[in-house]
Design a protein around this ligand. Structure first.
Ligand SMILES: Nc1nc2[nH]cnc2c(=O)[nH]1
Length: 456
């Protein structure tokens, strides 16, 4: 009899049900179709379970996890500057504005050289996959060709890439050596980039997507911002930018536009269901309401925020207000390519926000009550929250979602997790995985039903 499913996986999986609750699927079967979509999930009590195991086990379509191995959804990096991988871990000691001018713009300008771009982008995509990141929302550079090359590399290596050619057209704000030639060229390049990537997408299984990407308001003219809003609408694309990241940026926009970043971006047609704004640390309640109403998501980048944001995102409050939130590494404002590291920092930063950090103040005045997030919530942001933010069926191990997973091995050689209690609860085990896993524990990574990384 012909097999109904393209692949069947057997093992224990963790997946978020809500921001606070994780579902454990103990020794379940995950049945995929040829498109790499989960069509059926069944537990050992299901009457079909034994029949399916008997039919598929021993075939090339069946993969069963060993003791100590678990499925987690692949991570979704909701904010990452691909070219900045080349400077990750350096220049963490100066403010955002100086950092952009002294380090970042000179580096990004080098991506006019396609050979250099290829070297950096290939290394980054492979590294992200090895860190369990199955989908990434990338800023590239102003260069159309190199931005397209990044989309091609994602297509080639099997990562779901959402890629933006960055727009920086303001002649006063951007250095002559690194900006769009003119507003017209910025818009024309963006439009042809969108068309090229939408064509490329048709050749991939996992999907690659063009993203309308004004770097941030300070680097764009009003005309470019409005034109980009129209292009996003015309081609139904995702949108990304930075919003209210730091005191300097937030105040610059207020002075130039006489309104907040959020309201200015909204006026330009840049807030919508498929829009993701990085940081958003300084949103007022009115700004936050507008995010929730328009379906605009926040890419929370907790490591980067320590260095560049002058504050901590009140993630718990914004989640309660109904805003979609995902996690971003913000390479290289953040130094780490790992969303495990960012899960940890999201929890740590939220605790510091809640408790406060100035010991000279009485405890009652030190912090912002009810700001802490749990490890479950940070896990949600890195997975289901990211999928929700992008309006894509990813980030959950549920029927009709893509099979994007990482196989975690708690007994990996040289990276064994400290597990000495055989009766450990499933939730405690997940928390150990979240706080202690290293790349060595990520045994395999799958995107849209295909294996894209395997540790030797
Ligand atoms: N963190 C960060 N903030 C920005 N704001 C504008 N550009 C950037 C960037 O590259 N990184």
């Amino acid at each position: 009899m012909a097999h109904k499913y393209d692949k069947v996986f057997r093992g224990t999986a963790f997946t978020s049900r809500t921001p606070q609750e994780v579902t454990v699927l103990d020794d379940h079967l995950f049945c995929l179709d040829a498109e790499g979509v989960i069509r059926r999930i069944l537990g050992p009590d299901d009457p079909d379970y034994d029949r399916l195991v008997a039919a598929y086990s021993g075939t090339a379509s069946f993969l069963s996890l060993a003791e100590g191995q678990y499925f987690l959804p692949g991570f979704i990096d909701l904010h990452i500057h691909a070219p900045q991988w080349a400077q990750a871990g350096t220049a963490m000691d100066i403010p955002l504005h100086d950092w952009l001018e002294t380090y970042t713009f000179p580096l990004e300008s080098k991506f006019s050289d396609l050979d250099f771009a290829r070297k950096v982008y290939q290394d980054l995509v492979v590294t992200l996959l090895a860190n369990g990141t199955t989908t990434a929302l990338y800023f590239a550079t102003v260069h159309k060709e190199a931005s397209y090359l990044l989309a091609q590399i994602c297509a080639d290596k099997g990562q779901r890439g959402l890629v933006g050619k960055v727009v920086m057209d303001d002649r006063e704000q951007n250095p002559e050596y690194y900006r769009d030639e003119s507003t017209e060229v910025a818009l024309a390049d963006t439009e042809s980039f969108i068309q090229l990537v939408q064509e490329l997408d048709k050749t991939t299984k996992q999907g690659v997507y063009p993203v309308v990407t004004p770097r941030f308001i300070p680097s764009c003219t009003d005309e470019a911002l409005a034109g980009l809003g129209e292009l996003a609408k015309k081609y139904n694309t995702h949108i990304q930018s930075h919003c209210s990241e730091s005191d300097w940026e937030h105040n610059y926009v207020r002075e130039r536009m006489q309104k907040s970043d959020t309201f200015a971006l909204h006026e330009m047609g840049l807030l919508q269901d498929k829009a993701v704004m990085a940081h958003a640390v300084f949103l007022s309640d009115e700004d936050a309401d507008l995010f929730a109403e328009t379906g605009t998501a926040i890419a929370h980048c907790p490591i980067s925020n320590v260095f560049f944001s002058n504050g901590v995102l009140p993630a718990a409050r914004f989640t309660a207000m109904g805003i979609d939130i995902g996690l971003g590494t913000d390479i290289s404002g953040g130094f780490s390519p790992s969303l495990f590291d960012n899960i940890r920092q999201a929890v740590i930063s939220s605790r510091m926000l809640e408790e406060g950090v100035d010991p000279s103040l009485p405890s009652t005045e030190r912090g912002l009550p009810q700001s802490r997030i749990t490890a479950n919530e940070a896990f949600y942001y890195a997975t289901a929250g990211g999928g929700q933010s992008l309006s894509l069926p990813i980030g959950r191990l549920e029927e009709n979602y893509a099979w994007d997973v990482q196989v975690i091995d708690v007994n990996a050689p040289n990276a064994k997790l400290p597990l000495f209690d055989e009766g450990i609860s499933r939730e405690d085990l997940l928390h150990k995985i979240l706080f202690l896993s290293r790349p060595e524990n990520i045994r395999e990574v799958w995107v849209q039903g295909d294996c894209v990384h395997k540790r030797k």
